[in-house]
Design a protein around this ligand. Structure first.
Ligand SMILES: Cc1cc2nc3c(=O)[nH]c(=O)nc-3n(C[C@H](O)[C@H](O)[C@H](O)COP(=O)(O)OP(=O)(O)OC[C@H]3O[C@@H](n4cnc5c(N)ncnc54)[C@H](O)[C@@H]3O)c2cc1C
Length: 613
């Protein structure tokens, strides 16, 4: 039993094994020998490391922060983080979803996702370290030469060397194509790199023997914009062919950001080639930097969606513990008793808790479902693989934007449940609220996700194939659930699909009329509507599964479940789904209405109209 309330292990098991039935992945040769016991052991181990080491390390890192020495340009990471990372690497979690041939544990992505949810719920800062190294190793695997793979991959994947991903510059954030970092050809085929990168997570630190920076830069003479960008491997210490290190590669961290949260993860300003001596090697082909980055973008964005889910989970469970203990006011159901009751007895606190839970449960179902489609796309063949891949492409911006915005919403609600104490550092929810705030910003802001969904994944998708696939899956769930679930919930989801059809048709008409500004103005609202509808789809499915598994009479909910923890889990889950579908989901229709209304205030509001002075 975990001592820190960060994730609901029963719910994780429910989603993996009862809802998604991931054991069916055994039909693919890669998972033929995989057992449920092995999956459960990985979950248990992730939970043990998180609970025993990482949770406290995260609190300590928030208090102490990262130390930057301006004289030596060194960055020191709190010791607890180092200990937690060692445990993580030793247990092999960095390679959990890599195949046995690649030296990994050969687990499905879905199991890796759930283990990583457990780690991230204990510490959002923590996960920035290993994820960057793993991302770089994936790029090397896909695009590196044999020599590059031999030189770097094993050292990165064993946790001896770290990694960073250097895209952002002072003048190039969302607009990566505006970057100015330069690469000049050298006679031996390498490149002299020069430029400044900002906001680089884990760009410097004393955790690793070496840090392998992956740097986006423009080779001299190459075109402006994204099509002129190449990707370079720039080690902090050059690695000789015998594995020994050369002197520092003219890469320095000139400062770290003072941030509202994520104090356990250094965010560095990195200067490359101040003395003209920074050397990098091209990865893949010239001018294909952005294409290669896109290759791993789905997994990176789903990992950020997981941050929203994981922090929301922790915020919810901390709030639940608090609400069960904090005494305030009289029992509203029995005011005459004259005794103070835990705040969980107050309907408004119950409303907040159920709202939080309904979002956490919904996000978990949606994100795990998406991870399962990644497994299917990788291991199935023909139409099945293609369909799963297209579904992943469609769901990624929905998950990234929806789960991260909701992570902020749920952690804010957690502060509210705690009252004034929630605003104070003695209680963990204050840190959760600060930490998760970056998630809607990085890995493509949520505005960029909305544009990706509405433009690339919908209006520019021939025949709106991806949207059609999403709709087919939703409507098939509707049919499956009809016999078991109260008709009002089923019809809400059916009506939602019709409403989205209308909104998509309106967007299409605008596209044909070249009214792109109005499309851009409504993109976020429509993305939010898609997220809400996707959660409703999941909740309908989850509700029917909870009814089926528990043998509950759906007409008689809630049932008496006291003393039967097996049943009370399903009752709670069913009530969270009912809350989402009955109380939260009606807001979806308002969002669609606002798109249909074609209100042009945003387009008409030119910059000079935004203030009176
Ligand atoms: C803690 C932290 C860690 C980070 N780690 C890394 C890292 O490891 N590597 C790395 O390369 N970067 C990293 N970043 C940078 C991060 O990815 C960028 O901050 C992010 O991409 C946004 O860029 P920006 O900050 O320049 O904001 P801007 O691009 O200036 O955006 C400002 C606002 O304008 C909106 N906007 C901009 N362009 C458009 C558009 N075309 N359409 C609609 N809206 C638009 C944005 O949505 C946003 O609301 C990190 C940032 C932080 C804070």
């Amino acid at each position: 039993m975990a001592s820190h309330p960060t994730v609901d292990m029963r719910d994780i098991h429910f989603v993996l094994f009862e809802l998604l039935e991931i054991e069916k992945l055994g039909r693919f040769p890669a998972f033929a020998d995989l057992t449920r016991a092995e999956c459960e052991e990985s979950l248990r181990l992730a939970s043990r490391i998180s609970d025993d080491i990482l949770y406290e390390a995260n609190r300590e890192a928030d208090r102490l922060g990262i130390d930057y020495d301006a004289a030596t340009k060194e960055v020191r990471i709190p010791s607890g983080m180092k200990k937690a990372l060692s445990a993580y690497y030793e247990a092999g979690f960095l390679r959990i979803a890599d195949s046995h041939d690649e030296g990994g544990m050969g687990m499905p992505e879905t199991i890796a996702f759930s283990c990583n949810e457990i780690f991230t719920a204990a510490s959002m800062s923590f996960f920035t370290y290993p994820i960057l190294g793993h991302g770089n190793a994936t790029l090397l695997r896909n695009f590196g030469t044999d020599e590059q793979r031999a030189l770097y991959m094993e050292n990165i994947l064993s946790g001896r060397w770290g990694g960073s991903m250097c895209l952002t510059e002072p003048g190039a954030g969302s607009d990566v194509g505006a970057l100015r970092t330069k690469a000049a050809r050298l006679s031996d085929g390498s490149f002299r790199i020069s430029g400044q990168k900002t906001f680089i997570s884990c760009g410097e630190g004393d955790l690793y023997e070496n840090i392998i920076h992956f740097v986006l830069a423009r080779i001299e003479g190459d075109p402006e914009g994204t099509r002129g960008i190449s990707l370079f491997i720039v080690p902090k210490y050059p690695v000789r062919s015998d594995g020994s290190f050369g002197p520092l590669n003219d890469v320095v961290c000139t400062g770290i950001e003072r941030k509202m949260g994520l104090h356990g993860s250094p965010t560095c300003t990195m200067v490359f080639g101040e003395n003209g001596e920074c050397v990098g090697r091209l990865l893949g082909k010239e001018r294909e930097g952005m294409r290669m980055m896109f290759h791993m973008i789905n997994e990176a964005r789903l990992a950020v969606a997981r941050q929203g889910l994981a922090v929301a989970s922790s915020a919810y469970l901390h709030s639940l513990s608090y609400a069960r203990e904090r005494l305030q006011g009289q029992d509203p159901a029995n005011p005459a008793a004259g005794v103070q009751v835990p705040i969980i007895r107050h309907p408004d606190v119950r409303r907040m808790l159920l709202r939080m839970r309904s979002y956490v449960d919904g996000m978990r179902m949606l994100a795990y479902y998406t991870a399962l489609q990644i497994d299917t796309a990788r291991h199935a063949s023909g139409d099945e693989a293609a369909e799963a891949g297209s579904l992943v492409d469609f769901l990624i911006p929905i998950c990234k934007a929806g789960c991260t915005d909701t992570g902020v919403l749920v952690s804010s609600e957690a502060v509210q449940v705690h009252g004034g104490y929630g605003f104070c550092a003695d209680y963990p929810v204050e840190q959760l609220y600060r930490d998760v705030r970056i998630a809607p910003i990085w890995e493509g802001t949520n505005a960029i996700q909305s544009l990706d969904l509405i433009m690339r994944k919908m209006l520019l998708d021939p025949g709106r194939r991806m949207y059609g696939l999403w709709k087919d899956r939703v409507l098939s769930t509707v049919e499956d659930c009809r016999p078991l679930v109260d008709g009002k919930y089923v019809s809400a989801v059916e009506r939602a699909v019709k409403a989205l059809d209308e909104a998509v048709a309106v967007m299409k008409a605008r596209y044909e009329a070249r009214d792109t500004l109005q499309i851009y103005a409504d993109a976020t609202v429509l993305q939010q509507a898609f997220f809400m509808a996707s959660l409703a789809w999941m909740h309908l499915w989850g509700l029917s599964k909870a009814i089926e598994k528990s043998g509950m009479d759906p007409a008689a909910l809630p049932i008496e479940a006291e003393g039967d923890s097996g049943k009370s889990f399903f009752v709670g889950r069913a009530l969270a789904s009912r809350f989402y579908l009955g109380v939260e989901f009606p807001l979806f229709f308002g969002k669609v209405d606002s798109v249909l209304a074609n209100e042009r205030a945003v387009v008409d509001c030119a910059p000079e109209f935004y203030s009176g002075s």
